[in-house]
Design a protein around this ligand. Structure first.
Ligand SMILES: NC(=O)c1ccc[n+]([C@@H]2O[C@H](COP(=O)([O-])OP(=O)(O)OC[C@H]3O[C@@H](n4cnc5c(N)ncnc54)[C@H](O)[C@@H]3O)[C@@H](O)[C@H]2O)c1
Length: 391
C-alpha cells in the first residue's frame, strides 16, 4: 500500500543538511514507517548556485530564499533545522507557531533561556519536537540502556565521558561560526559536550553539580575564507584575524542526582582523535565501555561472573534485540553514522503519526544546556556550581 506523503522543509544545507537529506530519502525504504517523506523545499540564502546543486543531488523539489517563506507555507508538515546553533530558536519558535512539527539539530540553542522559550513555544503549539542527539540511536547504546534498565550494571558509581576531535589543531584553521559565542554558544563544551551530557543523562541520570575548567589554546584565528566549513579550512587568503570567543577544550567533574560521580573531557585539539565519542560506566554489578569510532561494539563486564572468568566481552551490537540493528543487514554486518539519522527519522515520523513524545526533545535540550551553562559559570568563577543555580 502506498504510504502517506509528508512534506519536509529543510533550513540549511551544510554538513548536517546532507546527513538529514540522506535520512529523509531512505527512511521509508528501510524502516516500517507510515509516511513517505517528500523532500519538498530547502533554503538557498546567499548561495543559490550551491543550493541548486545540492537540491538536484539530493532530490529537493524546490528552493526558497528565506526560511520564513518555508515556515509560512501550508503544504509543509515538518521543519528540519540544520543551521548554525544561534538560529535554532527563532526558526523553531516560528515553526511551532505555524503548527509545524520540528526536527532540529543539537545543541538546542546558545543559552538555557533560549531553550526554555523554544520548549514553551512547542508545548503551547502541541507539535512534535525532536533534538538530534543521534548517538542515542546507535544500537550499541540502545543495548547499553537495556542492560542498565534490566539491572545488569547495578548501582552506577562512575561515568567517564570523553568526546575528542582534532580538526582545529592547525592555528591557521579559520574562525568559522563554530568559534563564535554568539553563534555556537560555546566551543566543544557545547558542540561535543552536549552529545556527551545527553548520553550521560540517558544512561546515568540528571547532573546536580558541576566543576569545570574551560581553556582556549588559540585565542586568535584568521577570518574564514569563502569555502570554510566544519572540518575543512577552505580557501583562506585572509590576512586579518579575529578573536576566538569559545573554549577549545573543557573538563568537567560532576555529581549526578543519584549519587554517581562523573567526568567529561571534550576537545577539538586531541591529535589523532577524529570523532572519539567515548564513555565508561562502572557499576556495582557490571561495567560498560563504548567508543563511537567502533560504534557497533559494546564492551560489557559482568561482575557476577566467577572472579577467575571475569573480563570485558565485546558484543557486536548488530543483531535483532540490539536496538534498531535488526532492520539492517544481519549479524556482524556493521552499520554507520548515517544509520543513526535514519533511526531518528523513523522514530520522529512515528511520533508524528501517533501524536506521541519523542526524546531527546527541547525539554532535554534545555536540561543539557543548563548543565553546560553551569560548566561555563564554574570555569569563569572557579568554583563548583549547582545546576539549579542556572535560571
Ligand atoms: N548531530 C551531529 O552529529 C551534528 C554534527 C555536526 C553538526 N551538528 C549541528 O548541526 C547544526 C548545523 O551544523 P553543520 O555542521 O551542518 O553546519 P554547516 O556550517 O556545515 O551548515 C550550516 C548551514 O546553515 C546555512 N545557514 C546559515 N545561516 C542561514 C540562514 N539564516 N538561513 C538558512 N540557512 C542558513 C548555511 O548556508 C549552511 O548550509 C549545528 O547546530 C551543529 O551543532 C550536529
Amino acid at each position: 500500500m502506498a504510504k502517506q506523503k509528508i512534506n519536509i522543509g529543510l533550513i540549511g544545507s551544510g554538513f548536517m543538511g546532507r546527513a538529514h537529506s540522506f535520512a529523509w530519502s531512505n527512511v521509508s525504504k528501510f524502516m516500517d514507517t507510515d509516511f513517505e517523506p517528500v523532500l519538498k523545499v530547502m533554503t538557498y540564502g546567499s548561495k543559490k548556485e550551491a543550493a541548486e546543486e545540492f537540491a538536484e543531488k539530493w532530490g529537493w523539489e524546490e528552493l526558497a530564499k528565506d526560511w520564513k517563506e518555508i515556515v509560512a507555507r501550508d503544504d509543509i508538515d515538518i521543519i528540519d533545522i540544520v543551521t548554525p546553533t544561534y538560529l535554532h530558536k527563532e526558526i523553531a519558535i516560528a515553526a511551532a507557531k505555524a503548527g509545524k512539527h520540528i526536527y532540529c539539530e543539537k545543541p538546542c540553542a546558545i543559552s538555557y533561556a533560549d531553550c526554555l522559550e523554544m520548549e514553551k513555544a512547542v508545548t503551547e503549539a502541541g507539535v512534535v519536537h525532536y533534538l538530534n542527539h543521534n548517538y542515542r540511536r546507535v544500537p550499541a547504546i540502545e543495548f547499553a540502556k537495556k542492560l542498565i534498565e534490566e539491572g545488569k550494571i547495578g548501582r552506577i558509581y562512575h561515568w567517564r565521558g570523553a568526546y575528542l576531535q582534532d580538526w582545529i589543531l592547525d592555528p591557521n584553521f579559520p574562525l568559522t561560526w563554530q568559534f563564535r559565542k554568539d553563534m555556537a554558544g560555546g566551543g566543544p563544551l557545547y558542540d561535543l559536550g552536549s552529545h556527551s551530557v545527553d548520553l550521560a543523562r540517558y544512561l546515568v541520570g540528571e547532573v546536580k553539580t558541576v566543576m569545570a575548567k574551560n581553556y582556549t589554546f588559540t585565542p586568535e584565528r584568521p577570518l574564514p575564507g569563502k569555502e570554510a566549513v566544519v572540518f575543512r579550512a577552505g580557501s583562506n587568503n585572509a590576512t586579518e584575524t579575529g578573536k576566538v570567543e569559545v573554549d577549545d577544550a573543557s573538563f568537567m567533574v560532576v555529581e549526578f542526582e543519584n549519587g554517581a560521580l562523573g567526568s567529561f573531557d571534550v576537545t577539538r585539539m586531541a591529535g589523532g582523535r577524529k570523532n572519539y565519542n567515548h564513555f565508561e560506566i562502572y557499576g556495582s554489578k557490571g561495567c560498560l565501555s563504548w567508543n563511537f569510532e567502533s560504534m557497533n561494539e559494546l564492551r560489557f563486564l559482568n561482575l557476577e561472573d566467577p572472579a577467575g572468568e571475569q573480563g570485558y566481552r565485546t558484543i557486536s551490537a548488530t543483531l535483532g534485540g540490539h536496538g534498531q540493528a535488526g532492520v539492517w543487514w544481519g549479524p556482524g554486518h556493521v552499520i554507520g553514522y548515517e544509520n543513526t539519522f535514519i533511526h531518528a527519522a523513523a522514530d520522529f515520523l512515528k511520533a508524528v503519526k501517533d501524536g506521541s513524545v519523542i526524546t531527546p526533545n527541547f525539554t532535554d535540550g534545555a536540561k543539557i544546556i543548563r548543565v553546560l551553562e553551569a560548566a561555563a559559570r564554574s570555569s569563569e568563577e572557579n568554583r563548583q556550581v549547582l545546576v539549579s543555580e542556572i535560571a
